[in-house]
Design a protein around this ligand. Structure first.
Ligand SMILES: *[C@@H]1O[C@H](CO)[C@@H](O)[C@H](O)[C@H]1NC(C)=O
Ligand SMILES: *[C@@H]1O[C@H](CO)[C@@H](O)[C@H](O)[C@H]1NC(C)=O
Ligand SMILES: *[C@@H]1O[C@H](CO)[C@@H](O)[C@H](O)[C@H]1NC(C)=O
Ligand SMILES: *[C@@H]1O[C@H](CO)[C@@H](O)[C@H](O)[C@H]1NC(C)=O
Ligand SMILES: *[C@@H]1O[C@H](CO)[C@@H](O)[C@H](O)[C@H]1NC(C)=O
Ligand SMILES: *[C@@H]1O[C@H](CO)[C@@H](O)[C@H](O)[C@H]1NC(C)=O
Ligand SMILES: *[C@@H]1O[C@H](CO)[C@@H](O)[C@H](O)[C@H]1NC(C)=O
Ligand SMILES: *[C@@H]1O[C@H](CO)[C@@H](O)[C@H](O)[C@H]1NC(C)=O
Ligand SMILES: *[C@@H]1O[C@H](CO)[C@@H](O)[C@H](O)[C@H]1NC(C)=O
Ligand SMILES: *[C@@H]1O[C@H](CO)[C@@H](O)[C@H](O)[C@H]1NC(C)=O
Ligand SMILES: *[C@@H]1O[C@H](CO)[C@@H](O)[C@H](O)[C@H]1NC(C)=O
Ligand SMILES: *[C@@H]1O[C@H](CO)[C@@H](O)[C@H](O)[C@H]1NC(C)=O
Length: 379
């Protein structure tokens, strides 16, 4: 009896072990992903590493997604450094079955650690969340993909087939420009902080939208360069892991680059930073994360929000609005955009990211990201 059971168990074990293949064999044998092996063929070392890796999750672009990419950007096949980084960004550190991805966002580290592409310690992240039953991953510039075939098991973990490619997050200034945050980009340029901000590691940036700057136009009109720089530094947090929305707890205080603190408050599902409301959370950037906010923060006036606040409040008392968004004169038209017309549509977009990867646009918040900015730019 015992022997019989043991033999049966051993047989079952052997059968399932036989079915379980390594990564490349699994991809090649799956009709949805067979063409991905061509990509992997360009990186024999990485492929060997992944074939032998344990406890990983591959987000595998479908044959259709790969085909669309190569049609749009055939020259990408020559950009091996970039492609290697893109592949690494599609590998999550850990085995995440689709059932583990819930309607609460998690920020999962990938194998992308190359400092030419990321300054997030422990690996650049993707945002994983279940949106109305669809397992969804957000990447740079809020570009998102959906899982079309979940939970394909292989010897080292699990594969989810996705309907597009993830976008490796780009730097703060490119992201801000693509999001229409031209006042912020102009202000960073005028204070010569662009290079410094783009080079920060593990950074969290609370990025005021154009309306935020415009609303306090009289207060920013006559600031000295140093005064403006002091205000901008009050929007930047470093020295700890990036503060993704999932880590923002009620009452948390965080210390900014200038040394002054900011206070996080949660009210009715909204997140406030001092008295400013987060309009669009979790825009991933090369060095960390950007949260777009609806007011400019003031280090000399760290106000709490009203307990019943439904929107942010200005922190510059007596300031009046300007007729145009400040600091925008001469700011370049973005070469890449988060296209508001696609927002919520979930449709494939012709918009190219900085990586030349045709992608869908973020269904969440892209319109809010644009806000007043879109009207000021002539795309
Ligand atoms: C993966 O499996 C295939 C097919 O069994 C085999 O040819 C290949 O050598 C394996 N790769 C590694 C790294 O073991
Ligand atoms: C995969 O494609 C092959 C060849 O086109 C076909 O014979 C096979 O039925 C397909 N398998 C599935 C699961 O669609
Ligand atoms: C997969 O690759 C083959 C060979 O290059 C190609 O003929 C086919 O169209 C590709 N499939 C898709 C869906 O793009
Ligand atoms: C995966 O994460 C663990 C910590 O959770 C870390 O020790 C390990 O080095 C990471 N693996 C890779 C390949 O980055
Ligand atoms: C798999 O990776 C995750 C994330 O790094 C880690 O928490 C977990 O302990 C690992 N599991 C195994 C069995 O190594
Ligand atoms: C999120 O999931 C939980 C548990 O499945 C459920 O109770 C809750 O209603 C969901 N929330 C939303 C906003 O879908
Ligand atoms: C889920 O995905 C399906 C297929 O792509 C789509 O039709 C549906 O609208 C999506 N649902 C949500 C809530 O995004
Ligand atoms: C992969 O394994 C998990 C559990 O480890 C299981 O729930 C899932 O059904 C498996 N996937 C397939 C396609 O068999
Ligand atoms: C990472 O930081 C270094 C040093 O500041 C910088 O040179 C590099 O450009 C940054 N990497 C990215 C992807 O922004
Ligand atoms: C990034 O943050 C981690 C903590 O998550 C820390 O250990 C590391 O030293 C930081 N790196 C830099 C360059 O700030
Ligand atoms: C957060 O704290 C404030 C008091 O500082 C309180 O009014 C508010 O209800 C708290 N929010 C949550 C979600 O607990
Ligand atoms: C950026 O700042 C420099 C001075 O540091 C100035 O010459 C240039 O016009 C500014 N460019 C933009 C787009 O604001």
């Amino acid at each position: 009896m015992q022997l019989k059971n043991l033999t049966l168990a051993a047989l079952v074990g052997a059968a399932s072990a036989q079915q379980m293949m390594n990564l490349t064999a699994t991809l090649a044998s799956n009709n949805a992903t067979s063409n991905l092996t061509t990509f992997f063929g360009l990186f024999p070392e990485l492929t060997r590493t992944l074939d032998n890796a344990q406890n990983i999750t591959l987000l595998a672009p479908s044959n259709e997604a790969i085909g669309a990419l190569l049609e749009a950007q055939p020259e990408l096949q020559q950009e091996t450094d970039l492609l290697r980084a893109v592949l690494q960004y599609h590998v999550l550190n850990g085995t995440y079955l689709s059932s583990a991805i819930t309607n609460t966002s998690t920020f999962v580290p990938t194998l992308l650690t190359n400092q030419s592409y990321t300054n997030v310690t422990g690996g650049q992240v993707v945002q994983a969340v279940n949106v109305g039953g669809n397992v969804t991953f957000y990447s740079g510039l809020l570009q998102n993909v959906s899982v079309v075939q979940p939970d394909v098991n292989f010897t080292g973990g699990v594969i989810h087939v996705i309907d597009g490619l993830l976008t490796v997050p780009v730097n703060v200034s490119e992201t801000a420009l693509a999001a229409g945050l031209t006042s912020l980009v102009g202000a960073l340029n005028n204070t010569q902080l662009v290079g410094a901000v783009n080079g920060l590691s593990n950074v969290t940036i609370f990025a005021p939208n154009n309306a935020a700057f415009q609303n306090i136009g009289s207060a920013v009109a006559n600031l000295s360069t140093e005064e403006l720089a002091t205000i901008l530094r009050y929007h930047v947090v470093v020295g700890q892991s990036p503060l993704y929305s999932s880590t923002l707890e009620n009452g948390t205080t965080v210390t900014t680059l200038g040394g002054e603190d900011l206070t996080i408050t949660l009210i009715n599902g909204s997140v406030f930073v001092n008295s400013a409301e987060v309009a669009t959370p979790d825009v991933l950037v090369a060095g960390g994360v950007v949260h777009v906010i609806d007011n400019v923060l003031n280090p000399q006036m760290s106000m709490a929000p009203n307990a019943s606040a439904t929107t942010g409040a200005p922190a510059f008392s007596g300031a009046t609005s300007a007729s145009e968004a400040p600091f925008t004169s001469g700011v370049a038209t973005p070469t890449t955009t988060i296209n508001p017309s696609e927002a919520g549509a979930g449709a494939a977009s012709s918009t190219s990211s900085a990586l030349g990867v045709a992608m869908k646009t973020g269904a969440v918040g892209a319109a809010a990201l644009f806000g007043a900015g879109a009207a000021l730019l002539n795309y």
